[in-house]
Design a binder for this molecule. Structure first.
Ligand SMILES: [Zn+2]
Length: 431
């Protein structure tokens, strides 16, 4: 069995408050049938002479090595509208987002876009997560063909309150999700766009098939007050939903909640709703750059209360939500999480942000045994960036320097990784 030792600075996220930093680190790998796996990470002075002799030693001088990212909520078909004006959510959807998604009805367009988007995604260092596609079956297939890593992807279901060119009949929506969840299993995510756009019968019938096939389920929940009021006004008119107490109850009634269900945003939640998410082990995707104030190119939805969420023991991880979020890179998402909590929650550190973009994402995707950090036996999925200068001793100062170095242009975060490795193989290396 071949061995490899990679020398460089190494960050290994362990928990919300702990991330090991090796200034002179060594990442030990061994080859398996299914690519390279991690043997361990340690200080290079602790690597035995014998181990060094037996392995191929790769010196990555001046490089900082960290696990690749998970992004558990984003819309790959909204890549073109990320930076469009968002002063009014509905206007942004109608004027930019829906026409952008409509273009995916053309197969050649969708195919070309998928090739470009997913290679760009790799370059940003994201190798896992949960993705929304358009309503079109071929666009979902194109995304599945091009995504490399631990992803689940779903076509959105839109059966009501949507533009005619993006509206399916109930039968079309149900049949398609049944077919695709059977075909892709856990790589498929049943994706009702949200309760405003997807009728309850479609959600309920599709959820049965998704759960039977081990697929994921994802949708949006309680992103802003207008949305919550609108949802409740629609559903309380339906006899079956007359008595629902809140937005979460609606999804519960159509059996959407569960350990493989990811709710996007969930900002404005009552204690009863959080208790329900905890009880059903449902996951929240927190998207700080998308929720950020409009002048920061977000939708101004509000600040997610992670402390309260954690108090209720609800699982959560970070996500970009492009196009609601303007930037694909998880570095920008981590920066935004820390910035928005500054002066409010001192626990919102870069160390925590990295944990929530790696280990917690892997946990949400059900792959924490094989991905998320450099624990022995996991896949060698990692990125390298320029190591920050100076005599730095801990993860927080190192990450602060990498992420907050000067006032960098936000779009430049996408170009931070110098190389991206999946199972030890370089998928991307800067020229
Ligand atoms: Zn979204």
């Amino acid at each position: 069995m071949r061995k490899k030792i990679i020398l460089g600075q190494v960050l290994n996220p362990i928990s919300d408050s702990k991330c090991d930093f090796y200034k002179n680190g060594a990442l030990l790998l061994s080859e398996s049938k299914d690519g390279w796996i991690v043997d361990g990470v340690k200080d290079r002075s602790k690597v035995s002479k014998k181990a060094l002799e037996e392995a191929e030693v790769v010196e990555m001088k001046g490089q900082l090595i960290m696990p690749s990212f998970f992004d558990i909520h984003f819309h790959w078909v909204q890549d073109d509208v990320r930076e469009m004006p968002k002063a009014k959510l509905l206007e942004w959807l109608e004027k930019y987002t829906f026409p952008a998604e409509r273009k995916f009805e053309k197969k050649t367009y969708s195919k070309n876009k998928a090739k470009k988007f997913f290679s760009r995604l790799i370059e940003t260092g994201t190798l896992g997560g949960a993705i929304y596609s358009s309503i079109h079956e071929h666009a979902l297939d194109h995304a599945q063909e091009n995504a490399i890593g631990h992803f689940t992807i779903g076509n959105v279901q839109m059966t009501m309150n949507s533009p005619s060119f993006l509206t399916q009949t109930k039968k079309e929506a149900i049949d398609l999700s049944k077919k695709l969840s059977k075909k892709y299993k856990e790589k498929y995510a049943l994706t009702p766009r949200f309760a405003i756009a997807t009728d309850p019968e479609t959600m309920k019938k599709s959820a049965v098939a998704a759960k039977k096939n081990g697929s994921f389920i994802q949708t949006h929940l309680s992103e802003n007050h207008g949305e919550i009021e609108f949802v409740l006004s629609i559903y309380r008119d339906l006899p079956e939903f007359k008595n629902v107490k809140n937005y979460t109850d609606i999804y519960d009634k159509v059996d959407l909640l569960g350990p493989k269900t990811i709710m996007g945003h969930a900002i404005h939640m009552s204690d009863a709703e959080l208790r329900k998410l905890a009880r059903t082990k449902t996951i929240i995707a927190h998207c700080p750059t998308s929720n950020a104030p409009i002048k920061q190119k977000g939708l101004g939805s509000g600040l997610f209360d992670f402390k309260r969420t954690e108090k209720h023991k609800v699982r959560w991880a970070l996500a970009s939500d492009i196009g609601g979020g303007p930037i694909l890179s998880m570095f920008d998402v981590m920066r935004s999480f820390v910035d928005q909590n500054k002066g409010i929650n001192p626990e919102a550190t870069y160390t925590k942000a990295l944990f929530r973009s790696t280990v917690a994402g892997a946990e949400a995707m059900g792959v924490s045994k094989v991905a998320g950090n450099f624990k022995k036996g996991k896949e060698a999925n990692f990125i390298t960036v320029n190591a920050p200068k100076g005599d730095l001793e801990d993860s927080e100062t190192v990450l602060e320097k990498v992420i907050n170095r000067g006032r960098r242009k936000r779009s430049s975060y996408d170009q931070l990784p110098n190389a991206v490795f999946f199972k030890g193989k370089a998928l991307f290396e800067k020229q």
